[in-house]
Design a protein around this ligand. Structure first.
Ligand code: PDD
Length: 268
């Protein structure tokens, strides 16, 4: 794999960051994950806008213009032979003696890498558990400091499930690394954007292709009695959840509305 690191394209094994990088010391940085289909970046403008919002949320200047980002990302894709991939990019507040306050002079560290996306015609359904949302109040920032998300995902895996669906004060926020939708009496519902969730690009796409979908709070009780539950993300697209806390979701089979939304997503 060829990666981009601070102005250079080099093999992953040769990419090195000094230990004083604030990403390593503090998790002081933000990231994006962007899908690539057939060598073409999907929803680039939306991802770059969210990156801009995350950078501004942590008071770090965007190191590149849209044109510069586009050039770098396309170079990484071409150098890794295109196809269906995901791009991972991260920007940290660079290298400085360890001190919580921002350094006087900031030279951000920029890393871009890319992995193949293993797409299948019909993705397998997944299982989930519910967990208390133990994260901070700026989940709208795509921060590289993901320890709570990691612990929550690991709790799901140790319970034999694929994803943790998070509950804050009795209401669904999102998944450990995904947004959440339910289908209730034929109505598609997802929690509204707020500082408690990441504004997922895939979430926006689902709202675009299903104009009747509603942005409304989902109580824990609604989640448990939903006919369908889906989780969405750039790497896993739209996945049906067929079991929640070891109880079947709806009939316990993949739902009809999910099959519809997946078809619409593929057409897009
Ligand atoms: N994560 N919520 C959280 C907490 C996420 O980490 C993600 C995606 C999403 C979905 O956002 P999008 O549709 O824009 O991918 C929601 C990425 C894929 C990751 O961390 O790998």
């Amino acid at each position: 794999m060829i990666v981009y690191l601070n102005g250079e394209f080099l093999p992953l094994e040769e990419a090195r960051v000094p230990v004083l990088d604030r990403g390593f010391i503090f998790g002081d940085g933000v990231y994006e994950v962007i899908p690539v289909y057939n060598g073409l970046i999907f929803k680039l403008a939306e991802h770059l806008q969210r990156l801009e919002n995350s950078l501004s949320g942590i008071k770090l200047a965007n190191p590149f213009t849209t044109e510069e980002w586009t050039g770098i990302l396309n170079s990484v894709i071409t150098r890794n032979d295109g196809g269906d991939r995901s791009i991972y990019l991260q920007v940290t507040r660079g290298i400085a003696k360890r001190d919580h306050q921002f350094p006087q002079v900031v030279n951000p560290t920029v890393l871009v890498m890319s992995n193949p996306l293993n797409r299948v015609a019909v993705p397998a359904p997944i299982t989930a558990i519910t967990c208390e949302d133990t994260r901070w109040k700026r989940c709208d920032i795509k921060s590289i400091a993901l320890l709570p998300n990691i612990l929550l995902r690991q709790a799901a895996v140790e319970a034999g499930a694929n994803e943790a669906i998070l509950i804050r004060d009795g209401f669904v926020t999102e998944g450990a690394a995904s947004n959440v939708f339910i289908v209730e009496n034929g109505v598609v519902i997802t929690p509204p954007k707020s500082n408690f969730i990441l504004p997922g690009i895939t979430r926006d796409i689902v709202l675009e292709i299903m104009p009747s979908a509603k942005e409304q709070n989902i109580s824990e009780a609604q989640l448990r009695s939903a006919d369908e539950i889906w989780v969405t993300s750039s790497t896993r697209e739209i996945l049906p959840v067929i079991s929640l806390d070891n109880q079947p979701v709806g009939t316990g089979e993949v739902g009809a509305v999910w099959s519809q939304v997946l078809e619409l997503y593929k057409q897009l």
